[in-house]
Design a protein around this ligand. Structure first.
Ligand SMILES: N[C@@H](CCC(=O)N[C@@H](CS)C(=O)NCC(=O)O)C(=O)O
Length: 83
């Protein structure tokens, strides 16, 4: 079943293997959320740096304003929330 996660935004680069790992889990779990490619959009990259403090991807922005870095932590969160 596809679920839309309102207010969650995933910042990624299509060339980043850590991002691909997270994106695969997002797809496997049937989650839909807003995805922002920081390579094709300098605006999104600036948002990430201003909000999260660094340009590293992947990063998951939570609705409460938390910027979560680290692919394995993001995957653990997605799996727990989906369970
Ligand atoms: N340990 C991190 C590694 C993330 C990482 O190294 N991301 C690279 C892209 S593959 C990156 O964003 N490098 C540029 C930067 O840190 O500004 C994770 O698992 O998420």
């Amino acid at each position: 079943m596809t679920k839309t996660w309102e207010g969650y935004i995933f910042y990624y680069s299509p060339y980043c293997p850590f991002c691909v790992r997270v994106t695969n889990v997002i797809d496997q779990l049937g989650i839909k959320m807003e995805m922002r490619d920081t390579i094709s959009s300098s605006e999104y990259r600036e948002e990430l740096i201003k909000g999260g403090g660094r340009s590293t991807v992947p990063c998951l922005l939570h609705p409460d304003g938390t910027w979560q870095y680290e692919s394995m932590d993001i995957i653990a969160f997605l799996e727990k929330k989906s369970a």
